[in-house]
Design a protein around this ligand. Sequence first.
Ligand code: ADP
Ligand code: ADP
Length: 215
Amino acid sequence: MRGLRKRYGAALAVDDLTFTVPPGRVTGFVGPNGAGKSTTLRLILGLDRPDGGTALVGGRPYRSLRRPITHLGAMLDASAVHPSRKASDHLLWMAHAAGLKKARVAEVLEQVGLSSVGRRAVGGYSLGMRQRLGIAAALLGDPPMLIFDEPVNGLDPDGVRWIRILLRSLAAEGRAVLVSSHLMSELEDTADHLVVIGRGRLIADTDVRSLLAAA
Ligand code: ADP
Ligand code: ADP
């Protein structure tokens, strides 16, 4: 993100934001509700146009990528899948719609621990299982960068622990992982690096270890 800016009416939701999400690390994106996190993520994903600055994915704007899901996977919220649809059919459809030659359905179901229930209708899934399906969809294109918007919202402690382990392992594979939260405490055990924003502006961009050492 370089000098990223987004205005809604008179108010600046994102105000001159510059930061980098490096590979091989979990970058926590923290700020109170209304700070501008979702707006920033929407700008990265090309779902909205910035009023200034640029958001680049591997050096290019998201909208210019030919097969975006092979560059960036995003779990924004539990996606609305028809309840009668099987998870595996949903993923197969997504892979084809995204223009992937090879649908890695079995692999991503395995990665999120849904192999044994992948052929069941999504209507019978718990919230935690739906979150995992959303993550499986984000992993379909084997992207080098992943975005998770408030991924632990509504999860029980086991689900939270599972997400933490998954994020760490995705970073250990060399991926750039960006995870947002309105709670610093949710990220201090998970993130290597924290980008803190408030009222659309950068407040801190810091290594978690040095932050904790200074506290
Ligand atoms: P966060 O994700 O950190 O909670 P948001 O990015 O959702 O913050 O919101 C940042 C600011 O922009 C808030 O003041 C919010 O009310 C405003 N905002 C977000 N989206 C819109 C929109 N579509 N229209 C008008 N204002 C918006
Ligand atoms: P919640 O998020 O609502 O707490 P969970 O996703 O943790 O729910 O699980 C709800 C139920 O689904 C539990 O009984 C759990 O054992 C079962 N379940 C979750 N994931 C799987 C899986 N991969 N295979 C089989 N059963 C599962």
